[in-house]
Design a protein around this ligand. Structure first.
Ligand code: MOS
Length: 744
């Protein structure tokens, strides 16, 4: 049993863990109601062109089929006449399922079959025949590269590259050491275990309860209310448990639209779940081509940083990420030129995938830094330490904290970096070549506006509520810890009410900002409850708390006391009883501090050290050890925090070695749209992973000192793996993923 008075910061196990491992946590597709209808989606078999004809006659003959929707008979929805976009939409015109006969990407939903059973719906969907007039798709970034353009309208929340500073070209030309290289990254697909699914419980034409697989219940609610003209007070969206999301669940997905459309049309409850194949079609981490040029003087001080990136987007939306900006703030350099362009392909709009932009841009920068270290003949870690800067040169801003030196030091020590022999191909283990590589990681530490409510009841039970989501990150648990510590109650006495659109407003769970934002709102609400209890206590006759201020009293053992060691105080139950109350509840609100943001900016940092062993004959690369040292401010729960970083490392190994969207560019179709052919690291690919959280005190990043952890774990990992492969083999691989065929 943890001591509740200091439970924040302890490795508490997930409070939702038992429900999840016993299979009793209901996910979006696991809500049932008698008479519920089931949907199955037919996907387009071409990437570009037009539907000529859809023959549904055979499908309609399947017993149990209720209705089949196509672009020809779909009900009218308000959306089709408006310019409304979801909260995460990039500039452009969002895809609207069944709107028209035009096909814009492989796997586009073209028909929705609704039936009395899931089996009938699937069976009927397989009998729908679609006749197309196919056009020639262009899905190869290398081919469309010459048409790249700077996005005209910036995506909200995405900083465009800063203006060039200094004289980057001249500094490059005159420098003692120079490297310039091009890095290619193939597209990737998110594949959380849970498929996208929506269960709509129909109550009336106006009233719906919707269980949706999403990173934000309120984002899904706003989406369907805006499209179907419903009142946000009449629609409840819940996402109690989310089986992984990784950013794929930030934008509402087609199944939500289709399920609500069918439910309102048929006046029945409807469930629509995607297939794994559709998961691949609907969004992806965009493929990219990047050029990085770095120059250093004779001492290894950076003289010039130039980074150009072209990322794929769809034909209908200018999806954007922060890719090159990292290169302007990572190290001290007075001459920098950072440019970012998009090129359109005939695929669905890419989407945020864990550390969007940084995972891509830092891969190129940190590979290039390794190439520069080789060019200079300097240890790669020394080069980074030498060029360390505690300032953001992009925005001319102070950093709220940057414990990156500690990451380098503690990571290197745990890894044994000082034992590294510098020359490539100089370390062996039997037949295997051994390589040691490292990289730095960066991610932004931001906050989103968040509200919460905290209630303390006379029986000592605490309720913490906010619309926040737990996508497997530990939100339930850290909010319970904050509630327990604030009132000095065991964690079992805290009820965490989240994942419901009727609760206090928060943003989507993304951007690594939930703990900092909702966590702060909860703490602020808890302090407000304490202040209210103090007010009430001071109203009582002969109150021993006199004129004490809220910051002068603490809650211990169910009493409001003057200080931890003091007996002077009143039982909370007596305070509530004095007002004939059974509980007291207060709201709390947190969000970015605009005034502070003019001067300060906040990032998380990491130092990643990787060992690979490579069988030269077989080309098999094994990542045998990873040490990731993280500076992310205050760690609320080292157990759930560590899990976040472990997941990020595994995904980074996938980015380096496995994950690749394979597209047949003749047809524009994704060939490996299943988990058998789209490779992700399996257990056998993962060995020894060590996570270190360095001490980092930050009183500006957020009111509770938290910086966020969801994304930093992946950044830099793929570069560290690639750098280790170079150290092992003496060959530089710049095309990711680095698969066996490239090594041999
Ligand atoms: Mo994250 S890619 O903002 O879910």
């Amino acid at each position: 049993m943890f001591n509740p008075s200091k439970i924040v910061g302890l490795p508490v196990s997930r409070i939702d863990g038992p429900l999840k491992v016993s299979g009793t946590a209901p996910y979006a597709a696991e809500h049932y109601e008698p008479g519920m209808l089931h949907g199955a989606i037919v996907l387009s078999a071409i990437a570009t062109g037009k539907i000529r004809n859809i023959d549904t006659s055979k499908a309609e003959a399947v017993p149990g089929v209720v209705k089949i929707y196509t672009h020809e008979n779909r009900p009218s929805a308000a959306w089709w006449d408006s310019k409304w976009q979801d909260s995460v939409a990039p500039p452009g015109s969002p895809f609207r399922p069944l709107e028209k006969p035009h096909i814009q990407f492989d796997g586009q939903p073209v028909t929705l079959v609704i039936a009395e059973t899931y089996e009938a719906a699937r069976d009927a969907a397989s009998l729908v025949t679609v006749e197309y007039k196919a056009e020639t798709p262009e899905t190869n970034l290398h081919t469309v590269y010459p048409n790249a353009y700077e996005p005209k309208k910036k995506r909200s929340g995405i900083q465009p590259p800063p203006k060039p500073r200094g004289e980057p070209e001249e500094a490059f030309a005159g420098a003692a050491y120079r490297i310039s290289a091009e890095y290619v990254m193939e597209g990737e697909h998110h594949n959380p275990m849970e498929l996208f699914a929506t269960t709509v419980l129909w109550e009336s034409d106006q009233q719906l309860t919707v269980h949706d697989k999403t990173q934000g219940s309120q984002a899904s609610r706003d989406y369907i209310c805006n499209i179907f003209g419903l009142d946000p007070d009449d629609v409840v969206v819940k996402n109690a448990y989310v089986g992984g999301a990784f950013g794929q669940g930030l934008r509402p997905k087609h199944q939500l639209f289709l399920a609500v459309m069918a439910s309102l049309d048929l006046k029945r409850s409807v469930k629509v779940e995607m297939s794994r194949q559709e998961m691949f079609a609907l969004t992806w981490r965009p493929s990219s081509l990047q050029t990085v040029s770095l120059a250093a003087d004779a001492d290894g001080m950076l003289q010039s940083v130039m980074h150009h990136a072209v990322q794929a987007t769809s034909r209908y939306e200018d999806y954007q990420e922060v890719v090159v900006n990292w290169s302007g703030l990572a190290y001290k350099c007075d001459n920098a030129k950072l440019t970012y362009e998009l090129a359109q392909v005939d695929m669905s709009t890419p989407g945020d995938m864990r550390a969007p932009g940084a995972a891509t841009g830092v891969l190129a920068l940190e590979s290039a830094m390794d190439e520069l270290a080789t060019e200079i003949g300097m240890d790669p870690l020394d080069l980074r330490v030498k060029n360390f800067i505690h300032f953001d040169q992009n925005g001319d801003k102070q950093l709220t904290s940057k414990a990156l030196h500690a990451c380098y030091r503690e990571g290197a020590e745990a890894f044994g970096w000082s034992e590294r022999s510098a020359a490539p191909r100089s370390m062996r283990d039997g037949h295997d070549l051994v390589g040691w590589g490292m990289a730095t990681g960066f991610w932004e530490a931001g906050m989103a506006p968040a509200e919460a409510k905290v209630r303390y009841a006379i029986d000592g039970k605490v309720t913490v509520s906010a619309a926040a989501t737990d996508i497997g990150t530990g939100t339930y648990t850290i909010l319970a810890q904050l509630g327990a510590e604030a009132f000095d109650v065991p964690i079992e006495a805290v009820h965490v009410a989240i994942a419901d659109s009727t609760l206090p407003t928060t943003g989507v769970e993304g951007g690594s900002w939930t703990a900092a934002s909702t966590g702060s709102a909860v703490q602020i609400a808890a302090e407000a409850v304490k202040a209210t209890l103090l007010d009430m206590a001071q109203d009582m006759e002969n109150s021993p708390l006199g004129k004490a201020k809220p910051e002068e009293v603490v809650i211990r053992d169910g009493r409001l006391v003057l200080d931890v060691n003091s007996q002077v105080g009143i039982a909370l139950s007596d305070i509530l009883a004095s007002k004939q109350l059974s509980s007291v509840e207060e709201p709390g609100k947190a969000g970015p501090d605009m005034l502070q943001m003019r001067k300060f900016v906040s990032y998380t940092h990491s130092a990643v050290f990787v060992e690979v062993k490579i069988d030269e004959q077989l080309g098999v690369i094994r990542v045998t050890r990873v040490v990731s040292a993280i500076g992310a401010g205050r760690i609320l729960n080292p157990k759930t925090a560590r899990s976040q970083i472990l997941g990020g490392i595994v995904m980074g190994i996938g980015m380096a070695l496995h994950e690749e969207s394979m597209i047949d560019h003749r047809t524009g179709r994704i060939m490996n749209h299943n988990l058998a052919e789209y490779h992700v690291p399996a257990h056998a690919d993962i060995s020894d992973l060590e996570v270190i959280f360095v001490d980092e005190h930050d009183d500006k990043a957020s009111p509770i000192g938290v910086k966020g952890l969801g994304e930093i774990g992946i950044v830099g990992v793929a570069a560290a793996v690639a750098n280790a492969i170079y150290h092992a083999t003496g060959t530089r691989f710049r095309h990711f993923p680095i698969t066996i065929d490239k090594i041999l």
